[in-house]
Design a protein around this ligand. Structure first.
Ligand code: 16G
Ligand code: MG
Length: 550
């Protein structure tokens, strides 16, 4: 039994006097932590500080807490916990997080007692909690509440200030890997990634149709701040022209710009000069999503989203690994939202196996870990690549194998450098961008060359408001609806009438509504299909408010 003679007086006092529970409604630790209006989050932050200390003690390592609401508008904020291996909080603890957030002030210590005794948590360890925040004006005061929670349980907060979400994931893993993965400082992060990038780029910065200039939309968020350090480290090897870097507190964060805006609206962001055929990219408010695009001569915006990025990377890694002569099990993980054309291309042309996972990074990440090299991306631009430890060791061993050719040794070294360029802990927009730039450079491709690989099926996303979205349940990685009874049969009947038709419905994990996705051979048909399915959902799942319409 752990030593639990801990004095909880401070926990009580802070809870009652400084961070009382102000909201009556319950909140839930969702797909990416808690997210709400910043003004309602003080007590939630305090309690997450408490929970972070308990998690760190339970795991006997340091954990991270990131204050961000990603691509949400500026008045929102949020918080998510990062596990010692740099991954998102383990699912079983999400229930504890929800419980901690919703319990009354007077019962808070009871819940701490409950978790401490159930999980036999040793309360005497001095643990470190790494804290990061994005550029929202509400973040500093919320960070204070969070740190009060950490201190109330005698944890040690280490404030990294304003950092991207993936940077904080990286720092946490670096610390727990005893610096084997890298140095847990911003400097260490920039140095590791930019050294790998420059090594891969070599002496000639341009190649074939590839030109080393990119327009970068920072979403008026933390990505805009951090890209400047990269530009300093990269010198002339890559010219990043930076846009959308408004001052903190101007209300412009994610406003008509950023990766989510570009992807959802399928349009060019504000604040970036409209130069025909010029390669551009956008990141979101905490810089974990990346979308590429360009304008054609008719001012039409062409998107290259997470599906395209995943395929570009998988194809490149497959070729690279083949040139090492090693046998490797490489796979790609997608969600139901992946365009059908991308899945066909990767399975049929590239012969790379594809697995499906539920929406949300934690699901994709774990599915990808089943492969020696697992590439995962959501269509919205969030993703990375994970390499099995044994695979990395296999590469290092092969370097010592004298029976391999010089070319093979060269290829192995290159794969090791590529691994250094990647933030394996979580999707990292800037690291992903440097990888995409490396691949395009190596192939001598323009963004148009990249786009030519396959043609996306037209698609349409709709939202349906229903009385209770938990009435809708799904299986088969969200591609099949189980409840309400009979809805999937109806969807199947509708879909069968459309050429290349596909549609699925799922309850959102971040908003109180149901999402409907549809794709078909033409835009009109995709629109029509999604409307028919949305109306079916409305009828069969107690739709509320106005009926869905195009
Ligand atoms: C969160 C997820 C994102 C997912 C989105 C789906 C993380 C870090 N973020 O933003 O991956 O695509 O939720 O939202 O996992 P939805 O459930 O409302 O469609
Ligand atoms: Mg984000």
């Amino acid at each position: 039994m752990a030593n639990n003679h801990f004095n909880y007086k401070t926990v009580y006092a802070f809870a009652r006097e400084m961070h009382p529970k102000t909201e009556k409604f319950d909140v839930q630790y969702g797909t990416a932590g808690f997210r709400a209006k910043a003004s309602t989050l003080g007590y939630v932050m305090y309690r997450m500080g408490l929970l972070a200390v308990l998690r760190a003690r339970y795991k006997k390592g340091c954990v991270g807490v990131m204050i961000t609401a990603s691509h949400n508008p500026e008045p929102d904020n949020g918080v998510k916990l990062i596990d010692p291996c740099g991954e998102m909080l383990e699912q079983s603890w999400e229930l504890w997080a929800t419980k901690f957030a919703n319990v009354a002030d007077d019962e808070l210590v009871d819940v701490i007692h409950e978790i401490v005794s159930k999980l036999d948590i040793e309360m005497t360890q001095r643990v470190e909690i790494l804290v990061g925040k994005d550029t929202r004006p509400s973040s500093p005061s919320l960070a204070k509440a969070l740190c009060d929670g950490i201190l109330a349980l005698s944890g040690k907060p280490i404030d990294y200030g304003i950092v991207t979400t993936p940077q904080l994931h990286y720092f946490v893993y670096c610390k727990n890997s005893k610096h084997e993965y890298g140095i847990p400082t911003e400097e260490g992060y920039y140095t590791k990634l930019s050294n790998a990038f420059k090594k891969l780029r070599g002496e000639s910065f341009n190649n074939g149709n590839y030109f080393n200039k990119i327009l970068f939309d920072g979403a008026n968020g933390v990505g805009a701040k951090k890209i400047k350090y990269f530009q300093e480290c990269l010198g002339d090897s890559l010219k990043i022209e930076m846009y959308n870097d408004e001052l903190i507190g101007t209300g412009k964060l994610n406003f008509m710009c950023g990766a989510d805006y570009v992807k959802v609206k399928q349009t060019f962001p504000n604040g970036v000069p409209q130069i025909t055929e010029q390669r551009c990219c956008s990141v979101d408010g905490d810089a974990d999503r990346l979308i590429y695009y360009y304008l054609d001569e008719n001012k039409k915006c062409h998107l290259l989203d997470g599906d395209r990025i995943a395929i570009l990377i998988a194809e490149y890694l497959k070729e690279m690994v083949e040139s090492t002569g090693l046998e490797v099990d490489l796979g790609l993980v997608q969600t139901a939202y992946a365009n059908g054309a991308s899945t066909d291309y990767i399975t049929q042309k590239l012969k790379v196996p594809v697995s499906f996972a539920c929406t949300g990074i934690k699901y994709l990440h774990h599915e990808a870990q089943k492969f020696e090299i697992g590439v995962y991306f959501e269509a919205n631009g969030h993703g990375t690549i994970v390499f099995k430890k044994e695979f990395k060791e296999k590469l290092k061993l092969a370097l010592e194998n004298t029976s391999l050719s010089n070319e093979q040794h060269g290829a192995i070294k290159k794969v090791l450098t590529i691994i250094d360029l990647i933030n394996e802990t979580v999707g990292d927009a800037i690291s992903d961008m440097l990888l995409v730039e490396t691949i395009l450079h190596s192939k001598g491709w323009s963004i148009q060359d990249w786009e030519k690989k396959y043609t996306d099926l037209p698609n349409r996303l709709m939202k349906v408001s229903v009385k209770d979205r938990t009435q809708i349940t799904t299986t088969n990685s969200e591609r099949t609806c189980i409840k309400p009874d009979g809805l999937q049969d109806e969807i199947d009947t509708i879909v069968a009438r459309y050429k290349a038709g596909r549609s699925f419905v799922r309850p959102s994990g971040t908003e109180d509504l149901v999402r409907v996705y549809a794709e078909a051979i033409s835009q009109e048909e995709a629109d029509q299909l999604s409307l028919e399915v949305a109306l079916k959902v409305y009828d069969m799942a107690d739709g509320i408010g106005p009926k869905p319409s195009l």
